[in-house]
Ligand binder design. Structure first.
Ligand code: NAD
Length: 434
């Protein structure tokens, strides 16, 4: 089976490499020459655990190739996936579909023989039909079907998620297209991964509804964390007690600095706009977005009060900048909202992140320090803020941390440490909802 993946970003590159691992012949096409050159030389442009091995194994086997040339790839393809970005459109919160539509137009010109065009990008309801219309208009003789196959992988565990998914969703209205897609995903039959086939609109909604629901769980527990702090409850224990109920489930009930990343923030906003466009209210999702913004603001206040009411001239050591561990993705990371607010009020920030530093430097104020090691970051700090729970910050040598610091304030925004232990080590310890 010949597969083309348009877009070799977090989703396109992982999906392309995993389809090659399934046995398909995959060509990843990207407009970014720098990215394609790197990939052709065996360099992986993003940090995703296990991706370098997966890519090199499949390149060596001759099943995975990279190019900027769309024509030849598309002419020979059975399936062309669109996995380009759908960022928030500047100013209005809508998903910006310009990359998807441009890709559709480019693909249309080169179609030869029957081909299935598959939307893998997260796109508003109605996009697959618009892609269909664009292709038909650009190339009236093309023989094709359009399908929707939203992606549910999580950065940091993307390969495992793709190779062992909870489900595969196919929005598909032609038997021929469904047969090809089922054939592509056939290796998943072995692990009995459910393939859920539905119409185009339902597949598109499933992706947004799933992300909005997960974001709701996070905002819900973050709201509860505030109440817990006021009444002397422990949000960790509350989440555990809730999560043991099978109807609720324990995942996505960790209180923290608010959700971030390349999906939840933009997808919740886009869902609100989609609902508005169709004259339907989305009050729950609107509240989820509001609670998330206020949770980030609450973290600034929390840090300020832990520092005695003012962060001016205080040295704050920040551990972790990415929106979660095991990725270098900085898109909408809570650090991007929290740290500039502290710097504006005179804080002196030194920071460390195992993989996200290069991206972080582009997005955070130049006045911040980006340090090579945890020790350098912590040295002489008045306070440590644990922003992202990378493994290397979970087992810090607390006595060493304390001796390197000037002050003794430890603000744990991920509830990694136990209060008793921190007090025993002489820290003034603050966390979220406990
Ligand atoms: N990142 C995630 O965790 C994740 C998870 C599930 C779904 N998604 C969705 O998948 C889509 C892609 O996300 P991403 O994080 O991989 O984005 P990304 O920004 O990492 O990658 C997109 C790539 O597409 C390329 N591109 C844009 N237009 C192109 C064109 N016409 N031809 C060839 N290449 C083109 C860009 O150069 C870029 O390399 C988005 O809709 C996103 O919402 C992302």
């Amino acid at each position: 089976m010949k597969v083309v993946m348009i877009g070799a970003g977090y989703v396109g590159l992982v999906s392309g490499a995993c389809f090659a691992e399934f046995g398909a012949n995959v060509i990843c096409v990207d407009k970014d020459e720098f990215k394609i050159n790197a990939l052709q030389q065996g360099d992986i442009p993003i940090y995703e655990p296990g991706l370098d091995d997966l890519v090199s194994r499949n390149v060596e086997a001759g099943r995975l190739n990279f190019t900027v040339e769309l024509r030849q790839a598309v002419e020979n393809a059975d399936l062309v996936f669109i996995a380009v970005g759908t960022p928030t459109r500047r100013g209005d919160g809508h998903a910006d579909l310009k990359y998807v539509y441009a890709a559709a137009e480019e693909i249309a010109t080169y179609l030869k023989g029957y081909t299935v065009i598959v939307d893998k990008s997260t796109v508003p309801v109605g996009t697959a039909r618009e892609v269909q219309r664009i292709i038909k208009k650009t190339n009236p003789d093309a023989c094709f079907d359009v399908a929707s196959n939203p992606e549910f992988l999580r950065e940091g565990s993307a390969i495992g998620d793709f190779l062992r998914p909870d489900r595969v969703v196919l929005g598909c209205e032609s038997g021929k297209a469904e047969k090809l897609l089922r054939e592509l995903y056939r290796p998943l039959n072995l692990i009995e991964a459910p393939i859920h086939v539905t119409n185009l609109e339902s597949a598109e909604i499933i992706k947004y509804a799933s992300n909005a629901f997960l974001a709701t769980k996070i905002s819900f527990i973050n709201e509860m964390s505030q109440l817990c702090e006021k009444v002397g409850a422990d949000v960790h224990s509350v989440a555990k007690g809730m999560g043991l109920d099978g109807r609720i489930g324990k995942k996505f009930l960790h209180a923290g600095p608010g959700y971030g990343g390349s999906c939840f923030p933009k997808d919740t906003l886009a869902l609100i706009r989609i609902a508005q466009e169709h004259g339907v209210s989305s009050r729950i999702v609107e509240s989820v977005v509001e609670v998330n913004a206020s949770q980030k603001a609450r973290m600034v206040t929390k840090i300020r009060s832990a520092l005695g009411g003012s962060e001016a001239d205080k040295i704050i050591a920040v551990l972790g900048l990415t929106f979660k561990p095991e990725t270098d993705d900085m898109r909408d990371a809570p650090s991007l909202a929290i740290l500039p607010a502290l710097i504006d009020r005179g804080a002196i920030i030194k920071s460390h992140d195992p993989e996200g530093m290069e991206e972080a430097k582009k997005l955070l104020p130049d006045s911040m320090g980006f340090m090579e090691s945890v020790e350098e970051t912590i040295k002489d700090a008045d306070a440590v803020v644990l922003m992202t729970e990378w493994n290397q910050y979970r087992g810090l040598d607390l006595a060493n941390v304390k001796s390197l610091m000037k002050g003794n304030v430890f603000i744990d925004l991920r509830n990694v440490y136990e209060k008793d232990v921190m007090l025993q080590h002489g820290f003034e310890y603050t966390c979220v909802g406990r």
